[in-house]
Design a protein around this ligand. Structure first.
Ligand code: PLP
Length: 435
């Protein structure tokens, strides 16, 4: 181990060829080439004598999640939008969202003209705090949007109980938790509806893509139409070159369909999802054991209800006091330089996330009252604030490396801690905000 930190010009703890993400599964090129020559590139294209990849993926992803129905979508955001609309959320309704999440959790709520009510997180899991949810319920609450963040799941027992007590449906945003389980049940199958993103960084990906799952046939019928401009699937396969989507609608939709190319890539990715989740979980368990030996580094914990582990990001809380009072941002940069793999800062709290600016969009300024209700500055999120200052995250591709390579992350934290005083102290004592 070097005597000076890589961030101050020393040798790094190791030089490793980290896994590339996304990585194509064997056979994907054949499936994509097959779509290219098939004459059908979209669900909204003509029948070509066999089920579309989109519908095949819907069947397999529903089966994977042990639910009846799946509606594939263009991305995770559109899955959230159709789920909210199918639940009947609309103008002026309130939807509870966590204060620490990707911006789409709240912007999708604005997109259906509803009001995101941003509530604080449980510092242990970084997910929705059930007590904060209960306190935020009003007569106008129409849904609870629970996000399973990074490598945790929210306390689903408590949140489902609150939803049931108040007659408010629970929507699970599983964009970061494909394949997780809570007391044996798949993430996304516990609430009335579950949504997923298949964007490039996610555990299952086609670059862009998404899905909504449900056990409720009426919700399914609504979500199907909402993502296909109101069209439904023909009850029987049509003749060759005829449209499989028929114009017999009960409600108005938009086009949020997943292409046949995306569906083909997702079909092959789904084949390896469980195996990859197992590799990540084994490496994460090993890393967690080693990191627990480094004072001031605390891997984020999961509740005992989680019975299937997933890692979208491996998250650790850093105590600056253990690092010669250097900020989490400085520790982030120093560890990144030691391992040659990007380390990220936690999301900023939603009420001061630069990507979340509802008042800057004319389409959301429906009235003075609505403007005040969507103003993010009315929310206070001390736990999200603190997590944002202290938590560092590692993308899941790190956990697909060889076990010995993953150990290097713990070595890097130990070295940075030992030599932290050699990192120049920030002028104002707070350190850089960005990684
Ligand atoms: C990625 C993500 C989304 C949005 O998905 P897109 O496919 O990018 O639209 C929504 N919620 C969470 C928690 C996410 O991580």
């Amino acid at each position: 181990m070097g005597q000076s930190l890589a961030v101050t010009g020393g040798a790094p703890v190791a030089t490793i060829d980290w896994p590339v993400w996304p990585r194509p599964v064997t056979g994907t090129d054949q499936l994509v080439a097959d779509v290219l020559g098939s004459g059908r590139w979209a669900l909204s294209g003509p029948w070509k004598g066999r089920r579309s990849h989109e519908q095949e993926f819907a069947r397999r992803f529903a089966a994977y999640n042990e639910v009846e129905h799946c509606v594939p979508t263009a991305n995770g955001t559109s899955a959230l939008v159709i789920a909210l609309e199918a639940l009947g959320v609309g103008a002026g309704d309130e939807v509870i969202v966590p204060g620490l999440t990707w911006v789409a959790s709240a912007s999708a709520v604005l997109n259906v003209n509803a009001v995101p009510v941003i509530v604080d997180i449980d510092p242990a899991t970084l997910c929705l705090d059930p007590a904060a949810v209960e306190a935020a319920i009003t007569a106008r609450t129409r849904a609870i949007n629970v996000v399973h963040l990074y490598s945790s799941m929210a306390d689903m027992d408590a949140i489902l109980a609150i939803g049931a007590r108040h007659g408010v449906p629970v929507l699970e945003d599983c964009a970061q938790a494909h394949g997780a389980r809570w007391r044996g049940r798949r993430a996304g199958s516990l609430g009335r509806v579950g949504t997923f993103s298949m964007q490039q960084t996610k555990l299952l990906t086609a670059g862009e893509g998404g899905a909504a799952i449900t056990g409720d046939p009426d919700l399914f019928d609504a979500m199907f139409q909402l993502r296909a401009d109101g069209r439904r699937l023909a009850p029987q396969p049509p003749g060759d070159d005829r449209m499989e989507l028929i114009e017999r609608s009960s409600l108005m939709g938009n086009n949020y369909c997943l292409s046949e190319f995306g569906a083909a890539v997702l079909l092959s990715g789904l084949e390896v999802l469980d195996k990859e989740n197992e590799i990540r979980a084994a490496n994460a368990a090993r890393l967690t054991a080693r990191l627990r030996e480094v004072p001031g580094v605390d891997p984020i914990r999961r509740l005992p209800g989680v019975t299937g582990d997933t890692y979208y990001q491996y998250a650790v809380r850093v105590d600056p006091e253990a690092f010669a009072a250097r900020s989490a941002g400085q520790v982030c940069r120093a560890v990144e330089m030691e391992i040659g793999f990007p380390v990220s800062r936690c999301y900023p709290p939603l009420n001061r996330n630069p990507l979340y600016q509802p008042l800057g969009k004319r389409r959301y300024l429906l009235s003075d009252e609505h403007r005040d209700r969507i103003d993010p500055s009315r929310f206070e999120l001390p736990n999200a604030e603190r997590a944002s200052a202290e938590v560092l995250t590692f993308h899941h591709s790190l956990l697909l490396a060889r076990p010995a390579d993953v150990d290097v992350v713990a070595e890097a934290f130990a070295k940075v801690r030992r030599l932290a005083a050699s990192i120049p102290a920030p002028a104002n004592g707070t350190g850089p905000a960005e990684s």
